[in-house]
Design a protein around this ligand. Sequence first.
Ligand code: CA
Length: 224
Amino acid sequence: MKVLLVEDEQKLAQALSKGLNLEGYTVDVIPDGKKALTRISLHRSDYDIIILDLMLPSMDGFEVCKEVRAMNITIPILVLTARAETDTKVKLLLAGADDYLVKPFSFAELNARIRALLRRPSETLPETLEFGGIELNPSKRKVTRAGKEIPLTLKEFGLLEYFMRHPNQVVNREDLLNHLWDFNYVGFSNVVDVHVKNLRRKLDGENGDSVLETVRGIGYRLAE
Ligand code: CA
């Protein structure tokens, strides 16, 4: 899951992205309203949720929110606000925000709100994703195959969750890179392949039949 954090208080932004990283999220931080809007309009499919501070340089959170919704972008938006007045809340919801959190807040509360928002559009989805004998529980961050638990790193887990949400579809490397790595990532370009290789090794164990197919020149497909 990838988060766009729009926050100009550097210390807060750092603390939040560190906490979110530990929860398994990939985080891009943008400290400016207009720049955030541009990023969202060009990379809308990369993000699962936007955490938006209200008071920002160049364009405030209200405006960003309204503009995003005007572009028919439906990514959940959680607003961080220092104000708690009723009219602010009403205005926020009218501007298209899904939820808001009044500063100061605890990280646990932020995390709970994010989980609730990410659950909302897929409420009909089962708690556990299943494919080819593999079960993945996103909230417990647990994976089993044929009943046996498979310990995965955060990146491997993120990759597998992405594959399991797109079963039988060819997923290209660029999608995976955009979805699971932040834009400051400057490592080697075959990072996706390396992680997929490790994931495949852990999933397949001793038996040779892999559920993760390589689609030459494009990417991967989770298939039975
Ligand atoms: Ca601010």
